[in-house]
Design a protein around this ligand. Structure first.
Ligand code: AP5
Length: 210
């Protein structure tokens, strides 16, 4: 089963990708996490991506398509995968088609823009392993410390309020057209993101079976 999770920044794609990964036993692939790792390691893709990411802009298609293509060629993807944050433009979706990838379902997690700003202001991520938390909705057991690895929890650079507004603008302009793209193929299911992570998970898992 090859899935795409679509949605605005902070809609909860990464959170639900983790849930589906556990339920279905297929890997969750986040291009955002892969790019952040590349930036941390100072690789050529990371160097090319950094300034775009810091500004809340999209990294050029050719950079992201290259990274994604290498990742889905790996062994753990042979029974399927969940794409979180890819495709983000129509040319990226067309590149998936050219790679011969068949997408079974696209789940859009819909959250209004007003809610997004609140969500992202409370997000904390582990600087060591990248696990994501929320001060109100998904707190870590010990404040400021990652449950999984004990790393320090920090605010993501692109979660600054002004950058969040830029990311939302980019989402509506460049990524939202993908809804029509996949609706026309009969693959789009929309889930209303709830103010409760487990409620959203129930709706997301139900949408997979629909
Ligand atoms: P990326 O990391 O993909 O960022 P994003 O799409 O903006 O998504 P987020 O990670 O911010 O949010 P999410 O939807 O995963 O929400 P989460 O589950 O964390 O991309 C970062 C950058 O990389 C981009 O700006 C771009 O520059 C570049 N990039 C990446 N992919 C690219 C591509 N394909 N092409 C070009 N450039 C690319 O949840 C958010 C918070 O809310 C968390 O704190 C969580 O705990 C909480 N939460 C989640 N669900 C709920 C709920 N139901 N109720 C309450 N709180 C909730």
């Amino acid at each position: 089963m090859n899935l795409i999770l679509l949605g605005a920044p902070g809609a909860g794609k990464g959170t639900q990708a983790e849930v589906i990964c556990k339920a279905k036993g297929i890997p969750a692939i986040s291009t955002g996490n892969m790019l952040r790792e590349a930036v941390k390691n100072g690789t050529p893709s990371g160097l090319a991506a950094k300034s775009y990411m810091d500004a809340g802009a999209l990294v050029p298609d050719e950079v992201v398509i290259g990274i994604l293509k290498d990742r889905i060629a790996q062994d753990d993807c042979k029974n399927g995968f969940i794409l979180d944050g890819f495709p983000r433009t129509v040319p990226q979706a067309e590149a998936l088609d050219r790679m011969g990838v068949t997408i079974d379902k696209v789940i859009e997690i819909y959250v209004p823009d007003e809610t997004i700003a609140k969500r992202l202001s409370g997000r904390r991520v582990c600087e060591k392993c990248g696990n994501s938390y929320h001060v109100d909705y998904k707190p870590s057991k010990a404040e400021g410390v990652c449950d999984a690895c004990g790393g320090k929890l920090v605010i993501r650079k692109d979660d600054e309020p002004a950058t969040v507004l830029d990311r939302l603008r980019v989402y509506h302009e460049k990524t939202a057209p993908l809804k029509d793209f996949y609706f026309a193929q009969g693959k789009l299911q929309t889930v209303e993101g709830q103010e409760d992570v487990s409620e959203t998970s129930k709706l997301t898992l139900a949408a997979l079976e629909a």
